[in-house]
Design a protein around this ligand. Structure first.
Ligand SMILES: *Cc1c(COP(=O)(O)O)cnc(C)c1O
Length: 385
């Protein structure tokens, strides 16, 4: 099919929920993608922080192939080894409590919201302006963005949005607060790193009032910032984290992971999902964790992140560079959507605009120096137009 034919099918048959770029990708390998005409692209978006070990990593492909030919689905009425191994590994590499597996980021946050409400019945959930936690009703209610929420009122009650400042967070938490839910680095709204002071204020207020501190690490987790979890680079340990995106190396899987205190809040019948923790996605996720939870890879993420950030600082039209590790954004004095489009169509590098003047980069964690330098050359050309 030609691109024009795909666009016609999109127009007649799909709900117009996405503003797609006019490119059809047909193949991926490492940090490279190919379109239907055989053109090669440098992927500095990773499907929005999903293909963090690169496209079609041979070990992920082998694990999936092996599992898909053996057993694709059994249901959570029974045991399968990949789900149990994934849960154990996720707990060991983070907060040491228990894991609820699910199928997406929004679902991981839904599970977190249900858990903290059960732990403190009728409690409020405090969230921050600038947050994005997903599109399902609970997650959307935790996402204080007028344009995303307004058409879908009424939302789930009991969410309180406050400014992302230490004082505002501390003032919002009291004995009726079930949780503070936040992204240590706000991704969808433009890669804003929350300050250490804010995280400490949230931790202190939650401790004082017996509320749970939940970090949404769906975008910033899984090695993206140069440690397996973003919270490891802060002085603050949350009571639970949510993960998804890169967790399945390209397949849909999410997880809620708790520390000891919240491990046994949910009981049989409280929550569930037909597909959750299926053996194929669990096999992919175990492999993704084996690849990413590796000190030398994580050190490379920090090094290459510093190289990319330093290079971006030198580009024309770049006013500021934000982020940590390989989760970076630059603020431009030009319209970012047009730059992203030129980058894609003229320079064949995939990045995206998270706002009118913000360009975001989330390259695979497996890139090398040469990829960074090539990306900088292509981005220079794209900003220069
Ligand atoms: C992408 C994202 C989500 C939603 O994940 P989906 O898999 O799209 O439901 C939630 N929180 C953050 C921080 C995200 O980046």
């Amino acid at each position: 099919m030609t691109l024009a034919e795909l666009q016609e099918l999109e127009r007649t048959s799909t709900m117009p929920t996405y503003a797609r770029q006019p490119v059809e990708f047909v193949r991926g390998e490492g940090a490279r993608l190919w379109d239907a005409d055989g053109n090669e692209y440098l992927d500095f978006l990773s499907g929005i922080s999903v293909t963090s070990v690169g496209h079609c990593h041979p070990r992920v492909v082998a694990a999936v192939r092996e599992q898909v030919g053996r057993l694709m689905h059994a249901s959570n009425l029974f045991y399968t080894e990949p789900a149990m191994r994934l849960a154990a590994r996720l707990s060991q590499c983070s907060l040491g409590g228990k894991v609820f597996l699910c199928n997406s980021g929004a679902e991981a946050n839904e599970a977190a919201i249900k858990l903290v409400r059960k732990a403190r019945p009728l409690g409020d959930v405090v969230v921050l302006h600038g947050a994005f936690h997903g599109r399902t009703y609970g997650a959307l209610s935790a996402t204080p963005q007028e344009s995303k929420q307004a058409p879908f009122a009424p939302l789930v009650p009991g969410f309180r949005a406050v400014e992302p400042t230490p004082a505002a967070v501390a003032a919002a938490v009291d004995g009726h607060t079930a949780a503070v839910l936040l992204e240590p680095i706000q991704g969808e709204t433009g890669v804003h790193v929350l300050s250490e002071e804010l995280l400490r204020a949230a931790r202190g207020a939650c401790d004082e009032h017996g509320a749970a501190l939940v970090f949404d690490e769906i975008q910033c987790g899984m090695g993206r910032t140069g440690t397996l979890w973003a919270y490891e680079q802060t002085g603050v340990r949350p009571d639970a984290i949510t993960a998804a995106k890169a967790l399945g190396a390209g397949l849909p899987v999410g997880a809620l992971v708790t520390g000891e205190r919240l491990a046994d809040v949910l009981a049989p019948g409280d929550h569930g999902s037909t597909f959750a923790g299926g053996p194929v996605v669990a096999a992919a996720a175990i492999t993704a964790l084996e690849l990413i939870d590796d000190p030398s890879l994580l050190a490379r993420v920090r090094e290459l992140g510093a190289r990319l950030a330093a290079g971006l600082e030198t580009l024309p039209h770049v006013l500021a560079v934000r982020g940590r590790g390989l989760m970076l954004a630059c603020e431009l004095d030009l319209p970012a959507p047009a730059v992203a489009r030129r980058a894609l169509l003229d320079q064949r590098i995939v990045v995206n605009a998270t706002g009118p003047t913000t360009l975001r980069m989330l390259p695979p964690l497996t890139i090398g120096e040469a990829d960074v330098d090539e990306a900088l050359e292509r981005l220079r050309a794209a900003v220069e137009g």
